[in-house]
Design a protein around this ligand. Structure first.
Ligand SMILES: O=C(O)CCC(=O)C(=O)O
Length: 293
């Protein structure tokens, strides 16, 4: 597809940078060219049609709770991870779209590394929620410059399952125990502070109505979750891309799923190693690149 450049449609403002650090989340409207969003449509559809590439989280909910839900979901919540490793369209989006420079600007980073991408699709009438969680506890990383960029392919409303973020929660200093993503139960073998109950009317909870071309960026320590997709007609397709910057170190967290490069017998990294360019966590932007452009 032509016209796919690393230039955002507009600059990230100083107010948006301040909001990212103050609230742990910021909504950037009309910043990604829609050609980039269109480039993801077919790859996302192919990915969710492939059971080897995505997990049916609706099934997972049933398996983890070992019971049929009170109400049967007509739709499915489908989720996958690390598509960039195998699919050129996801790799191009994560590495050469405007996302890296947006992450760098928000995090005041000199360098940006790609950590992971995820596909997150809630079909119409999917009752599964995304349980409140903190990304940091799933990432084998420690440091301040770690974020997730949530990129919708469809208009998003509360009805279709907008993500809800607990403003300021990134400042708690806590690493919360990771859960199964669709239920609150912790992942076996993991550690961390229990995730607090977040009331739906908590004044610090914020959700954003979004259009394709918008993104929401949250700090890896920010608590967040998402509702069901109550729409009878609209899908809620999204891709999350997760980045880290300078000052971040690897930290292998027990019990959480690892990637190939987290194993020392596989050209591996060890806890305490600084994040440097590595095939498993590649450098996708550095400040000099911008001045060379
Ligand atoms: O899309 C969702 O339902 C949740 C997204 C999320 O938790 C994330 O991208 O970190």
């Amino acid at each position: 597809m032509s016209g796919l450049t690393a230039e955002p449609l507009r600059a990230v403002t100083e107010e948006e940078v301040a909001a990212f650090w103050r609230d742990g989340v910021v909504h950037l409207t009309a910043i990604i060219p829609t050609t980039w969003i269109e480039s993801l449509v077919e790859p996302v559809d192919t990915t969710i049609a492939n059971p080897a590439a995505t997990t049916d989280m609706t099934d997972l909910h049933r398996i983890v709770t070992a019971q049929e839900p009170a109400q049967v979901s007509k739709g499915r919540f489908l989720s996958g991870v690390d598509h960039w490793l195998h699919e050129p369209a996801f790799r191009a989006f994560a590495a050469t779209s405007p996302l890296p420079v947006i992450a760098a600007t928000l995090m005041n980073a000199e360098r940006i590394h790609l950590y992971e991408d995820s596909v997150l699709v809630k079909e119409p009438e999917t009752i599964e929620v995304t349980a409140f969680h903190q990304d940091l506890s799933y990432f084998h990383l420690e440091g301040e410059r770690i974020c997730t960029v949530w990129v919708p392919l469809d208009p998003v409303t509360n009805e279709t399952g907008a993500v809800a973020y607990l403003r300021g929660s990134h400042k708690s200093g806590l690493v919360h125990q990771p859960n199964w993503f669709v239920v609150d139960d912790p992942l076996p073998g993991t550690t961390g502070t229990p995730i607090p109950h977040v009331a739906d009317n908590d004044p610090q909870l914020v959700r954003f109505a979004m259009e394709p071309g918008d993104v929401v960026v949250h700090h890896a320590a920010t608590l967040h979750g998402a509702g069901p997709n109550k729409s009878t007609t609209s899908r809620r397709r999204a891709v999350s891309v997760r980045y880290c910057g300078d000052g971040v170190r690897h930290l292998i967290r027990p019990g959480t799923p690892t990637k190939a490069h987290h194993h020392s017998d596989h050209d591996g990294i060890r806890s305490g190693d600084p994040v440097i360019d590595h095939p498993g966590c590649p450098l996708v932007w550095k400040r000099t690149m911008r001045s060379e452009q």
